[in-house]
Design a binder for this molecule. Structure first.
Ligand code: NAD
Length: 478
C-alpha cells in the first residue's frame, strides 16, 4: 500500500463509537505522521466529537482528543470522501445481536458491517487494507472479501482482523499500553504485506513482542474467546457467591485464596450483581450460535451456562432485596446508586441495573436513581425498552407507562436516599465508598437496608451505624 514513502499515510475509521473514537484518537496521538479520519452516519455523534462535550465519557479521552483534533485527527460525516482517500480503513461499526429472522437472539447482526463494506466497494479508487475492528463472527472476513471482490474494478483489497481488547472505563490506558495487539491476515504475500503495514502503525508505540500475528480465523475467534473467558470467570465467582451465602463462606475470602494460585490469578474474581455492557452477552451468544451452526451443541451448552448464571445472579439479587424487606417493596422508595454497567463509564448498554430496576418495579417499588455519568433520559429509555429474551426469542411486553413513572432520576446520592427504605448499590463508583453513610442513615426510613451489589461498602461500619446490610456472597446479617 505504501509504495511512496513520502506520501502521508491516511487512515479512515468507519464508526465513531466507544471503540472507533478512542482507538483512533490514540493512533493519531502516537502517529503524528498519519492522518486519521473517523467517520459516522450519525450527525449528532460527529457533532459531539467536534465539540467540548464528547459523546462518550472515558478517563483521559478528552485530553487526547483535544491534543490531536484538527492536527491529524478529524471527525466527519463525509464517509465516502474519507473512505476513498484512505490507505487503511478500520471498520468499527456496531454488531449487535440479531433480534429477528434466522439466528434471532444469538447471531450477530452484520447489517451495518455489510453496508460499510458495500460503501467501500462503491467509492474506492485505489488499493485498500480493510481492518475488522468490530467484533465479528469467525469467517466474517470471507464474506467481506466476497462483497469487495465482486465489484473490485481492479482494486486490490486485503482484509485484516484486528479485534479491539480495550475495556470501557480504562480505554485510554488499555490503548496506550495494550497487553497485546492481535492482527490476523491471509497467508498470501498480499496478506502478509498488509499485516506488516498495520504492524508499522502500532509499532509507533507498542513493543514488537506485544504485536501478535495469526491467520484470519484465529484472530476473529480470539476476540470471542477472550470475552467468553472473561465473562465465564465472573459467572464462576458469582455461582460461588450463592454457595457462600448458603454455607457461611465469604466470597471475598474464597476469591483471595484461589486468586493466589498463579494458575488462576487474582483478576476478574469479584462477585457482583452480574456482568453487563454491550459485549459479553452479545459475544457469547454469537459464539453459541457459531457452535450450533458447526454442529457442536455440547460446546454451545457449555457457554450458554455462563449467561444463565448471569441472569440467575441478577434475579437472585432482586429476590434477596424483596425478601429482606419483608417480602414486599410495594410503595417503598428504593435508592439505586449507580446505573452504568461499571465504574468510570456512562455506558448503560445491558447494564445489570436494567434488570434489577425492572424486577423491583415489577414488585411496585418506587425508585430514586443516581449515577454520576448517566442522564435521566438514558435511564428512562433503558428501563422502558423491550427486553429481548435470548433463550426464547420473542419480544416481551414493554414496561407499562405507570411503572416507568415510579422512576425518579436525581443528581445527588443524598437526595436519592432521603426517606428511602433501602439502597441498592449497582455500580462500583469510587464515590460510593466514601459517602456520609451516617447522614444517609439519619434521613432514611427504618429499618434501613443496604444491598451492595458490588461489594464495595465497609459492612461492619454500616452495621455499626444501624443499617441492615446484604453484600453478595457474604455472611448474612447476624
Ligand atoms: P457503537 O454503537 O458505540 O459505535 C458504532 C458506530 O458505528 C455508531 O456510532 C454508528 O452510528 C456507526 N455506524 C453504523 N453503521 C455505519 C455505517 N454504515 N457508516 C458509518 N457509521 C456507521 O459501538 P462500539 O461500542 O464502538 O462497538 C463497535 C464494535 O466494537 C462492536 O462490534 C463491538 O462488539 C466491538 N467492541 C466494543 C468494545 C466496547 O467496549 N464497547 C470493546 C471491544 C470491541
Amino acid at each position: 500500500v505504501f509504495h511512496n514513502t513520502t506520501k502521508m499515510v491516511k487512515i479512515c475509521c468507519i464508526g465513531a463509537g466507544y471503540v472507533g473514537g478512542p482507538t483512533m484518537a490514540v493512533i493519531a496521538l502516537k502517529c503524528p505522521s498519519i492522518e486519521v479520519a473517523v467517520v459516522d452516519i450519525s450527525i449528532s455523534r460527529i457533532t459531539a466529537w467536534n465539540s467540548d462535550q464528547l459523546p462518550i465519557y472515558e478517563p483521559g479521552l478528552e485530553e487526547v482528543v483535544k491534543q490531536c483534533r484538527g492536527r491529524n485527527l478529524f471527525f466527519s460525516t463525509n464517509v465516502e470522501k474519507h473512505i476513498s482517500e484512505a490507505d487503511i480503513i478500520f471498520v468499527s461499526v456496531n454488531t449487535p445481536t440479531k433480534t429477528r429472522g434466522l439466528g434471532a437472539g444469538k447471531a450477530a447482526d452484520l447489517t451495518y458491517w455489510e453496508s460499510a463494506a458495500r460503501m467501500i466497494a462503491d467509492v474506492s479508487k485505489s488499493n485498500k487494507i480493510v481492518v475488522e475492528k468490530s467484533t465479528v463472527p469467525v469467517k466474517t472476513a470471507e464474506a467481506i472479501e466476497k462483497i469487495l471482490s465482486h465489484n473490485s474494478k481492479g482494486i486490490s483489497y486485503q482484509i485484516l482482523s484486528n479485534p479491539e481488547f480495550l475495556a470501557e472505563g480504562t480505554a485510554i490506558q488499555d490503548l496506550l499500553n495494550p497487553d497485546r495487539v492481535l492482527i490476523g491476515g491471509r497467508e498470501t504475500p498480499g496478506g502478509q504485506k498488509a499485516i506488516k503495514a498495520l504492524k508499522d502503525v502500532y509499532a509507533h508505540w507498542v513493543p514488537e513482542d506485544r504485536i501478535i500475528s495469526t491467520n484470519l480465523w484465529s484472530a476473529e475467534l480470539s476476540k470471542l474467546a477472550a470475552n467468553a473467558f472473561l465473562a465465564q470467570r465472573i459467572s464462576s465467582v458469582n455461582a460461588m457467591s450463592a454457595l457462600c451465602e448458603a454455607t457461611g463462606a465469604d466470597v471475598s475470602e474464597v476469591s483471595h485464596a484461589i486468586g493466589k494460585d498463579s494458575r488462576i490469578g487474582p483478576k476478574f474474581l469479584n462477585a457482583s450483581v452480574g456482568f453487563g455492557g454491550s459485549c459479553f452477552q452479545k459475544d457469547i451468544l454469537n459464539l453459541i450460535y457459531i457452535c450450533e451452526c458447526n454442529g457442536l451443541p455440547e460446546v454451545a451448552n457449555y457457554w450458554k451456562q455462563v449467561i444463565k448464571v448471569n441472569d440467575y445472579q441478577k434475579n437472585r439479587f432482586v429476590n434477596r432485596v424483596v425478601a429482606s424487606m419483608f417480602n414486599t417493596v410495594s410503595g417503598k422508595k428504593i435508592a439505586i446508586l449507580g446505573f452504568a454497567f461499571k465504574k468510570d463509564t456512562g455506558d448503560t448498554r445491558e447494564t445489570p441495573a436494567i434488570d434489577v430496576c425492572k424486577g423491583l418495579l415489577g414488585d411496585k417499588a418506587s425508585l430514586s436513581i443516581y449515577d454520576p455519568q448517566v442522564t435521566g433520559d438514558q435511564i428512562q429509555r433503558e428501563i422502558s425498552m423491550n427486553k429481548f429474551d435470548w433463550d426464547h426469542p420473542v419480544h416481551l411486553q414493554p414496561m407499562s407507562p405507570t411503572s416507568v413513572k415510579q422512576v425518579n432520576v436525581v443528581w445527588d446520592p443524598y437526595e436519592a436516599t432521603r426517606d428511602a427504605h433501602g439502597i441498592c448499590i449497582l455500580t462500583e463508583w469510587d464515590e460510593f465508598k466514601t459517602l456520609d453513610y451516617q447522614r444517609i442513615f439519619n434521613n432514611m426510613q427504618k429499618p434501613a437496608f443496604v444491598f451492595d451489589g458490588r461489594n464495595i461498602v465497609n459492612i461492619e461500619k454500616l452495621r455499626e451505624i444501624g443499617f441492615i446490610v446484604y453484600s453478595i456472597g457474604k455472611p448474612l446479617d447476624p
